[in-house]
Design a protein around this ligand. Structure first.
Ligand SMILES: NC(=O)c1ccc[n+]([C@@H]2O[C@H](COP(=O)([O-])OP(=O)(O)OC[C@H]3O[C@@H](n4cnc5c(N)ncnc54)[C@H](O)[C@@H]3O)[C@@H](O)[C@H]2O)c1
Length: 163
């Protein structure tokens, strides 16, 4: 799905709120990415800002699409239409909705980045960083980070192994 002409990775943002609009802005600043569009369910200033910025707007639900159109927000299609055009989706919807969207993303064959509000079980992995004596250490879960914090030297001396 990468744009064949430009070679850029095509990105969708689902949920254009506090986090989503920042993610969308960040994507638009990357030289190797293109923002294909944003998807949401509201018709207020948030999505009107996207229109002003020239970002295509998509709507999860038909009734929300109609509301958007009535509010003067042109709707390019639904979430499935947007997913068909992208390599990766950044899901910035509220906690719980993200988890429900995961099957749709997998069916569409797109890579997905979830905001930080989901349970470990949703993805099966987590990414935690912590500081110790001026160094940053990365852990597979908060439980491992806490274990490390109890006795860092034990881990820093140890031979790497799975735990
Ligand atoms: N705000 C923060 O500092 C922060 C930091 C880290 C993680 N998060 C997490 O990111 C997520 C989003 O947070 P936020 O602050 O941007 O919330 P927000 O309410 O500002 O934005 C969420 C957006 O998702 C939209 N939305 C709701 N249901 C939807 C659906 N079914 N389909 C498409 N869009 C839908 C909402 O209309 C809204 O525009 C939350 O789960 C939050 O826990 C937030």
């Amino acid at each position: 799905m990468t744009n064949k002409k430009s070679g850029k990775v095509r990105v969708a943002v689902n949920g254009y709120g506090v986090i989503g609009k920042r993610v969308a802005d960040a994507v638009r600043l990357q030289p190797d990415m293109e923002l294909a569009g944003v998807n949401d369910i509201v018709s207020d200033y948030r999505l009107k800002t996207a229109v002003v910025l020239g970002i295509p707007v998509y709507a999860s639900l038909p009734e929300k699409a109609a509301e958007m159109e009535r509010a003067g927000i042109p709707v390019a299609g639904n979430l499935n239409d947007l997913l068909e055009q992208v390599d990766v989706v950044a899901d910035c919807t509220p906690k719980g909705i993200t988890a429900r969207n995961l099957d749709m993303y997998r069916s569409a064959g797109v890579k997905v980045i979830l905001q930080g509000g989901e349970k470990h079980s949703v993805t099966g992995h987590s990414f935690i960083a912590g500081q110790y004596e001026g160094w940053t250490y990365y852990f597979c879960s908060s439980a491992c980070e806490q274990l490390f914090a109890l006795d860092p030297d034990r881990f820093l001396r140890a031979t790497p192994r799975e735990h």
